[in-house]
Design a protein around this ligand. Structure first.
Ligand code: F6R
Length: 358
């Protein structure tokens, strides 16, 4: 039940610290990741990992792709299920397919699985629903342990998907005896992430006020960032669109000047994510560009890169895992904007929880 909450979405946003702690409990013994040896043996053979997903799960896959490359040194790419199924392209010699799907029922993802099975390629479904179609039809399944996600807009499944991919990437890297250039203590990071998320959730009053200032009187908004900041920008924009119906776009900060900056007018809301040391200065430069065209900018920065005028400062995690905490303000903006507009937060128009048509 919703308990004291006004919507499942707000309840599920708040559950995220507990979900990360549960995932840590489920997947670690004596500080070591526990993944089925058969699955790891199969993945060790792969020369490339294809992550297949839709919507929010696709955005979680963008983060996962980097984790597999960094922690296991296996080339990885994420594919939109609705596109990939019709354009498989030239696959690598020994592909391994990961289907990321909260519901395990998404028809676009399933039609890719049907094809990769016919080609006899190995597959794993990472899902929140143990007995779902994709979990049953793929060779292996890993559970998100997020608990039932009732709100149509996916929140806790996104953070859970990033966490489970990080654990799997760590386990694969260890099995391959790969020494990452920048090792990540994933278990420790999940604990830090749970605390960092709670710190954002504890600032709900501030986030509601920011929603009034930035989104309530506007029909459109931009989210920009680079690297992981770009990945989070895409997901923050999707959340805002689907529940508040504000036209939001996530953009690579450096790409704005190649056309889209023409849309920036006086008071256009622009949210910038500054999450990576390597690109922070460039993204700040892009913020200046939109400020000089009148944009109403809001910056979300990680503590070690923060400046005194940043709007929201996030506790530091390993850079690859910053999306776990950076998405929380985006989820809360979407929730408050929808609520302020009087929308049905849990059942946005035109949407269904699982999309069982292609
Ligand atoms: C967005 C949302 C959708 C789903 C997408 C994939 O909040 O819920 O974009 O993420 O339909 O669904 P699953 O993960 O069930 O395959």
């Amino acid at each position: 039940s919703k308990g004291t909450y006004d919507s499942y979405m707000s309840k599920e946003i708040d559950e995220q610290p507990a979900v990360l702690r549960r995932i840590a409990k489920e997947y670690y013994r004596d500080q070591q990741p526990v993944i089925s040896p058969d699955l790891i043996a199969e993945m060790k053979q792969a020369d490339r990992i294809y992550i297949v997903a839709a919507g929010t799960s696709y955005h979680a896959g963008l983060v996962g792709q980097e984790l597999f490359e960094e922690l296991a040194n296996v080339p990885a790419e994420v594919k939109l299920a609705s596109e990939f199924g019709h354009h498989l392209g030239k696959l690598s010699q020994r592909p391994f397919f990961i289907f990321l799907t909260q519901s395990g029922e998404t028809a676009d993802s399933r039609q890719v699985l049907v094809q990769t099975k016919a080609l006899k390629y190995p597959s794993l479904t990472v899902t929140n629903v143990a007995n779902s179609t994709l979990a049953r039809e793929s060779d292996y399944a890993l559970l998100l342990h997020a608990g039932p996600e009732i709100a149509v807009a996916s929140t806790k499944a996104y953070t859970a998907q990033i966490a489970v991919q990080a654990i799997l990437a760590q386990a694969l890297g260890q099995a391959l005896n790969y020494q990452p250039k920048h090792p990540i203590d994933v278990l420790n990071q999940l604990g830090l992430a749970a605390n960092a998320i709670q710190t954002v959730i504890d600032q709900k009053d501030k986030l509601e006020k920011l929603t009034e200032d930035y989104f309530d009187k506007h029909d459109r908004a931009f989210f920009i960032g680079r690297g992981n900041g770009y990945m989070v920008a895409l997901e923050a924009a999707l959340k805002l669109k689907e529940v508040s119906y504000i036209h939001a776009e996530g953009f690579a900060a450096g790409e704005l000047k190649h056309g889209t900056i023409a849309l920036i007018e006086n008071q256009t809301p622009v949210v910038a994510f500054i999450l990576e040391e390597a690109t922070a200065a460039h993204t700040r430069g892009n913020v200046k560009e939109v400020v000089s065209r009148g944009a109403h900018t809001l910056t979300i920065a990680k503590k070690s890169l923060a400046q005194s005028d940043d709007t929201i400062v996030l506790d530091d995690l390993n850079e690859l895992l910053m999306p776990l905490v950076a998405i929380i303000p985006g989820q809360l903006f979407a929730y408050f904007a929808a609520k302020h507009r009087g929308n049905d937060v849990d059942q946005p128009r035109n949407l269904a929880k699982s999309v069982t048509v292609e």
